[in-house]
Design a protein around this ligand. Structure first.
Ligand SMILES: Cc1cc2nc3c(=O)[nH]c(=O)nc-3n(C[C@H](O)[C@H](O)[C@H](O)COP(=O)(O)OP(=O)(O)OC[C@H]3O[C@@H](n4cnc5c(N)ncnc54)[C@H](O)[C@@H]3O)c2cc1C
Length: 392
């Protein structure tokens, strides 16, 4: 029976895991090096979808994530299921979109084709000249979340059940003895004795794993989001046009993204992040081409988020075989997945076996030569680390 659990990180994953654990009666401490929602979860497009995610197990996990948001929405109004419109800019893109829609329909995912008139019924402020005559894909069950409000809700639910949230205090050490993490050490000098630890450190998850002697391969990427001032333009859903992606962001604001602008973020030697202003202007210009009413909008914020992407692109979820009181809840698409996947991980921490759902996403897939007979001791972990650092 697990009692004391430390959750490392207070982004969407940490908050979801903490709420799941606290709901089930664990004594939870959530520790964040900064503020809740101050990591990637505070700089995300947060589109809830399974729009082209492979393999099938990952698609299904995302669909379950979308359903979990729908259920949780009964407790608040941070979730917006307005659907998503997508179209392509050239023949190759159109072929690709047709392939994606056919495969999604095959999976039983909701999608349909609209013509220009149909798209304008949904988004009347689109410039008709920027929308193709037909071939517009509409995914009605997709949407977006307000991550900070979602995190606030989940953490306050956990706190109401006795959880503690520690801010501005980084996890700096994990004391491992006899095949288990015994103590979590914080930068402040505080020591937290534990029965279990959940690594929800997002892009820093590899660093937390390393404190336990585990090598988690990550290939994080940076993404740039452009936030506008409130503007009286009817944008009611996620839109993926060839030159720009955008969605509402509450109170009349919009958030815009392009793949090009991601490349305009640079980190200086002192660690400061800088985004090329011309690239930001180009994002807003692309938005104005689509919605002429955006001429009245100004850029009020530019945020750079680091996508936490495990080495093979798939989530890392659940208990580590070699260190059974250490658990992972790390992935890209965390805005979609975290409420569902965090609940699965929380249940498993407390001994509810979730192998059916978590099997494709376990840490051990990275340990290609893992000998299942080997005992979970320090030697096992050191060997695993060696293999991951030098896979050849
Ligand atoms: C540009 C962009 C667009 C995206 N778009 C989408 C999308 O449309 N749909 C979607 O589903 N997903 C999207 N994502 C991905 C999604 O946002 C992330 O998967 C999700 O936010 C990750 O949440 P997290 O809780 O794992 O990490 P985070 O939110 O980063 O939280 C981790 C926390 O851990 C803390 N931490 C780190 N190290 C320590 C330490 N040593 N001690 C204590 N605390 C520590 C950090 O301070 C941070 O608060 C996008 C991401 C980006 C960057």
């Amino acid at each position: 029976m697990v009692g004391r659990v430390v959750v490392v990180g207070a982004g969407v994953y940490g908050a979801a895991v903490a709420a799941s654990l606290a709901d089930r009666g664990a004594r939870v401490t959530v520790v964040d090096a900064g503020a809740p929602a101050g990591g990637t979860s505070g700089a995300t497009f947060s589109w809830t979808n399974s729009c082209g995610k492979q393999p099938r197990s990952y698609h299904d996990l995302n669909v379950a994530g979308m359903a979990a948001h729908r259920r949780l929405a009964a407790q608040g109004d941070w979730y917006h299921e307005g659907g998503n419109l997508e179209w392509a800019g050239d023949a190759a893109g159109q072929r690709e979109l047709r392939r994606k829609v056919a495969s999604l329909l095959d999976y039983g995912y909701e999608a349909r084709w609209l013509d220009r008139a149909g798209a304008l019924v949904l988004e009347p402020d689109l410039d008709p000249a920027s929308v193709p005559a037909d071939g517009i894909a509409y995914f009605p069950r997709e949407g977006w979340v307000e991550p900070a409000r979602l995190i606030g809700h989940l953490l306050s639910r956990a706190v109401a059940r006795g959880a503690e949230v520690v801010r501005d205090d980084a996890v700096t050490g994990l004391d491992v003895a006899d095949g288990a993490v015994r103590v979590v050490r914080l930068a402040s000098g505080r020591r937290l004795p534990v029965d279990a630890v959940v690594n929800c450190a997002g892009p820093q998850a590899a660093g937390i794993a390393e404190l336990a002697g585990l090598a988690l391969p990550m290939r994080n990427t940076r993404g740039v989001l452009v936030y506008t001032s409130p503007v009286a333009v009817a944008v009611s859903r996620v839109v993926h046009a060839p030159e720009v992606h955008l969605r509402p962001d509450g109170a009349g604001r919009l958030v815009l993204h392009t793949h090009q602008v991601d490349g305009a973020a640079h980190v200086s030697e002192s660690g400061r992040t800088h985004v090329d202003p011309a690239a930001v202007d180009a994002v807003l210009a692309a938005g104005r081409e689509l919605y002429p009413g955006l001429r009245a909008a100004a850029v009020v914020d530019v945020r750079v988020g680091e996508r936490p992407i495990p080495g093979d692109g798939l989530p890392v979820l659940g208990r580590v075989v070699g260190l059974p009181n250490f658990h992972f809840a790390v992935s890209h698409s965390g805005a979609t997945l975290s409420v569902h996947a965090g609940d699965l991980v929380g249940a498993e921490v407390l001994g509810e076996d979730r192998d059916d759902a978590l099997a494709p996403f376990r840490f051990e897939r990275f340990l290609v030569d893992l000998d299942p007979q080997q005992s979970p001791d320090d030697g096992y972990r050191a060997k695993s680390v060696e293999r991951l650092l030098d896979p050849a």
